[in-house]
Write a new protein. Structure first.
Length: 99
């Protein structure tokens, strides 16, 4: 991801165990990386990360991220264990869609 010159910037935390004990995370200046044995390491940033944080991170109904952010028509999206967060880049709004 480009180390400190990359998208995420400098780390703000050391690798930390998640409250549920299942995974680990690191927070960076511009995003986070979350890891579990089943999902692997996944990067979350920008408005999608902010919305996931507001919902309660991995303790939310969405669970852990299972993909990195990817392009969709009209914006960007990240898939989570139990749903999706979709950014509409025209309005800068993030919607939740459960599986």
């Amino acid at each position: 991801l480009g180390r400190e010159a990359g998208l995420l910037g400098y780390p703000l935390t050391d690798e930390t165990k998640t409250p549920d004990g299942v995974g680990r995370f690191n927070h960076f200046q511009n995003g986070s990386i979350y890891w579990t044995p089943t999902t692997g390491a996944r990067e979350v940033h920008g408005p999608i990360r902010a919305r996931w944080e507001s919902l309660g991170w991995e303790r939310s109904a969405l669970g852990y991220p299972v993909t990195d952010e990817y392009a969709v028509t009209g914006g960007r999206e990240s898939e989570f264990q139990k749903g999706f967060l979709t950014l509409n880049t025209a309005t800068n709004t993030v919607t939740v869609r459960m599986k």
